[in-house]
Design a protein around this ligand. Structure first.
Ligand code: P61
Length: 437
């Protein structure tokens, strides 16, 4: 624990960027659910079973078997984390001038598409950009938007469509199986592949089970297999759903693309049977995948997110609705409505919450959105702060502390001043940018 006086200094030293705080100066860390979940006793036992051979580690084959059993994809390439997989698939499939439609951008995914010479086009339904819309599947793709993009650019210019389950930047919002089937039908007609960002597929499956007609009695495991079967290739950051501290996968059914991916892996990640991971990491991932598809686990996990959401709702604090899978997203634009977006309301709110209580959150607004290809700031409709909940780490009492802190900041919101950016790195600026009040 720290004092308010200390925190006021720490946040200035960190340039008002919660990514630049030291973790020991943080009391409750809701920066991210990425790599921050607690591994189970079974996963720690798996760590002791590492086969650290350079090539052909037993743990690789166990991981490959787990991916096929629980996700259905035939071939698996381990990567050091999600963006390693994104890099490889972007380099293989995207040519300069290509267009990649997807259900809302994700920072690292879009950057790798751009580095490969492509342009991302958002085809998510409009409701996703409205924090208050109660649409049950705000992660859905707008079929008319996707058709229009295919018509405008032609299928030859579209190497694939990115389909994310639990759309992160929209607030952890799910897509429905019905929507995915429609997307599949349309893209198959044009010979376009689907690349599935399955980083939080189990959380999406839970919302399908709860909300989509016909799925109430289906297990999370079955629903996940059904989602994966409707796609061709998957990238995954295993640091989220799959409950490990580090790791990712690129999985697919096409043996030719797999061969290319194996070859690129040796340049950027490591040999294709370890991809930047230790044997023990792959074993922990194999166990984590099997735990992540269990109904009781996922219900408890999303139940905790809902608990925090309800606490904030009771206090009249504007959030993205419905509550998402991995965290509660505060509507910073509404909370700090006196600040124009150029003064970074999300960044400001995250800094104020830290100052109040040592709770760390993350901006998800104009800083995260970055600049377009001409160098102009992108002004996203969503200006948010993400309170992200690691899995199997915190208690409901911690959630109470968080809600009370957000309320205190909310009550003094009108006095809060905005920020100016004083340092902006070239790539993924939100990670390292610095600000002044
Ligand atoms: C997160 F502020 N997410 O949510 P890697 N796809 C998806 C992700 O959520 C994801 C990756 C791919 C993070 C970490 C992070 O703008 C940020 O294993 C849906 O992190 O390479 C990561 O996977 C990339 C935080 C990443 C960010 C980018 O906290």
């Amino acid at each position: 624990m720290t004092t308010e006086k200390q925190r006021n200094k720490f946040i200035i030293d960190a340039g008002y960027n919660t990514f630049l705080l030291r973790s020991e100066d943080v009391y409750i860390d809701l920066l991210t659910d990425s790599g921050t979940s607690a591994m189970s006793d079974r996963q720690w036992a798996a760590i002791m079973m590492g086969d650290e051979a350079y090539a052909g580690s037993r743990n690789y084959y166990n991981l490959e078997a787990a991916v096929t059993k629980f996700y259905g994809y035939k071939y698996t390439l381990p990567t050091h984390q999600g963006r390693g997989a994104e890099h490889i698939i972007s380099q293989i499939l995207i040519k300069p001038g290509d267009i990649i439609p997807g259900n809302m951008y994700f920072t690292t995914t879009r950057l790798h598409q751009e580095i490969a010479g492509g342009t991302f086009v958002d085809v998510i339904i409009d409701e996703a950009h409205d924090p208050e819309s109660l649409h049950p599947f705000k992660g859905n793709i707008d079929i008319d938007k996707l058709s229009a993009v295919i018509k405008k650019y032609g299928a030859k210019k579209i190497p694939y469509v990115t389909v994310s389950t639990s759309v992160n930047m929209a607030g952890g919002q799910p897509l429905s199986i019905a929507n995915l089937k429609e997307v599949r039908k349309l893209t198959q007609k044009h010979g376009i592949r689907l690349v599935h960002d399955m980083t939080r597929v189990a959380e999406n499956a839970y919302f399908i089970q709860q909300r989509e007609p016909g799925y109430k009695t289906k297990s999370i495991a079955k629903i996940i297999l059904e989602i994966c079967a409707l796609t061709d290739i998957a990238t995954m950051s295993a640091k989220k759903d799959a409950l490990v501290n580090i790791g990712g996968i690129l999985a697919m059914n096409d043996v030719k693309i797999y061969a290319e991916a194996q070859n690129l892996a040796v340049v950027y990640e490591g040999l294709h049977t370890y991809g930047g991971l230790a044997g023990r990491d792959m074993e922990a991932m194999a166990v984590g995948i099997s735990e992540s598809v269990q109904d009781l686990h996922i219900r408890a996990r999303i139940g905790q997110v809902e608990y925090l959401g309800e606490k904030l709702k009771e206090r009249g604090i504007p959030t993205v609705l419905p509550f998402g899978g991995h965290g509660i997203f505060l509507n910073a634009a509404k909370i700090l409505s006196h600040l124009p977006q150029e003064q970074f309301p999300g960044q400001t709110l995250a800094a104020e919450i830290y100052k109040d209580s040592g709770v760390r959150s993350m901006e998800r607004g104009i800083v995260s959105a970055g600049r377009d290809k001409k160098g102009k700031n992108i002004f996203p409709k969503l200006e948010l702060v993400r309170l992200t909940i690691p899995r199997r780490v915190y208690t409901q009492a911690h959630m109470d502390v968080v809600a009370e802190s957000v309320e205190r900041v909310f009550l003094r919101r009108e006095k809060i001043k905005g920020l100016t950016m004083v340092f902006e790195p070239e790539y993924l600026r939100f990670f390292q940018a610095r600000f002044k009040q």
